[in-house]
Design a protein around this ligand. Structure first.
Ligand SMILES: [Zn+2]
Length: 400
């Protein structure tokens, strides 16, 4: 199978993960796809291929030639797709793209360069699209197909290459992909996740993230006799919200700008609970943001009485940058790999977290590479065939 055939085979399994299911994997079909992939890896000739009880797949391809004893390089992708869009009965179709709108087979969904200007660069490409009713699953089956095709090509060609460790994880889309990953089982000390978008993307910076839970305790008294007695927790909470810098919200920030984001507020005069998240790429600024919230509560307690504002802040995840910098050759090699197929690499800070970020803090430095796909988590998801082919070559370059 070439990389395109392989990709189409994988998307024939509808593998949306399911946040409501506590099990791992959260949807049984991920085990079926995993079984198919594990079988492929064995046939290709990888060693110690395993589908473990949680549905994680591991495999190892020994090095070849003068690179036989070089340090192994790892590649990781996820098998599930996003539950936010229908993901069963995917009907992929090829489109020879000559510019303009693409009308999908459902007769109403349009992918237009007006909404997606990056399409203008894809004239002359063969694109794989959906019928408009489901996602495509290039996120991340393109990554899986590129990695499996890579090891198949290496094995067939017999050319010199480093040892290669591969792993495929379940449930990335519901934030659990790294949870049961066995870093000590994985046979490489450095790796890439292949889970990004447009070809050329290299991601090694993500947010530092914390969650804030604020409990505001008021005093409720009949409004008719409340003078100088009532402390309305709703108004008190509002006072806290108004102290946060107005321009530092997700709606007013981009790139490296951090923010405070209020996600939820519930309550009444007696008790009001505010849930917020705090994000910043810069660790120092991140600490300052958390401190700002604590100080605001300290001040408000001095106004309203000790214990009125209870502020709990918990770190969720950290920027992988610090873990990647000591291994910056990962980034330089990736840049050279993209250039080797005529693609200019670009790096963008991720305004969120990635599984690779979590793995980086579990001891496996792991920047993220593009898959070549577009419009993830959407019925308008598509991928150029040439991106699948080029990414396979990019990964091959990284084994040399
Ligand atoms: Zn993904």
């Amino acid at each position: 199978m070439n990389v395109t055939e392989r990709f189409l085979k994988y998307v024939s399994y509808g593998t949306n993960s399911d946040d409501a299911n506590e099990k791992c994997p959260s949807s049984p079909v991920q085990l079926e796809l995993g079984k198919f992939i594990a079988e492929e890896l064995k046939v290709i000739g990888l060693e110690r291929v395993e589908q473990d009880e949680n549905g994680y797949i591991y495999g190892f391809l020994p090095g070849e030639g003068e690179l036989k004893n070089a340090p192994a390089i790892g590649f990781i992708a996820h098998m599930d797709t996003s539950p936010s869009v229908p993901g069963d009965n995917i009907k992929p179709a090829f489109v020879d793209y000559n510019g303009g709108d693409i009308l999908l087979a459902d007769g109403k969904t349009v992918i237009s360069p007006v909404d997606f200007p990056e399409m203008t660069a894809l004239k002359g490409e063969k694109l794989i699209v959906t019928d408009g009713t489901t996602l495509l699953g290039a996120d991340d089956k393109a990554g899986v197909a590129e990695i499996v095709t890579l090891v198949e090509n290496l094995k067939k060609s017999g050319t010199a290459h480093r040892p290669v460790a591969v792993a495929f994880t379940p449930d990335e889309e519901i934030g659990r992909g790294a949870n049961l990953f066995r870093v000590d089982r994985f046979e490489a000390k450095l790796a890439y996740t292949v889970d990004g978008g447009n070809i050329g993307g290299i991601e090694y910076e993500n947010f530092n993230a914390a969650g804030l839970r604020l409990k505001v305790h008021g005093v409720n008294i009949h409004p008719g006799s409340a003078k100088n007695k009532m402390k309305n927790a709703i108004l008190m909470a509002n006072q806290f919200l108004n102290m946060l810098p107005e321009a530092e919200t997700p709606a007013h920030t981009e790139k490296y700008e951090g923010f405070y984001h209020i996600c939820d507020i519930t309550g009444d005069e007696t008790l009001c609970t505010v849930i917020a998240i705090i994000r910043d790429h810069d660790l120092k600024k991140f600490a300052e943001r958390k401190e700002f919230c604590r100080k605001a509560c300290e001040y408000l307690n001095s106004v309203w009485g000790e214990g009125s504002f209870e502020c709990e802040i918990r770190d969720s995840y950290f920027n992988m940058r610090e873990q990647i910098l000591p291994h910056f050759e990962l980034i330089e090699n990736a840049e050279a790999a993209f250039r080797s197929v005529g693609v200019e690499p670009f790096t963008e800070p991720v305004r969120g977290g990635t599984d690779g970020a979590r793995l980086s803090f579990m001891g496996l430095p792991c920047p993220n590479l593009s898959t070549g796909g577009y419009n993830f988590h959407s019925c308008r998801e598509y991928i150029p065939v040439s991106s699948l082919e080029k990414m396979t070559k990019v990964l091959e370059f990284l084994t040399k």
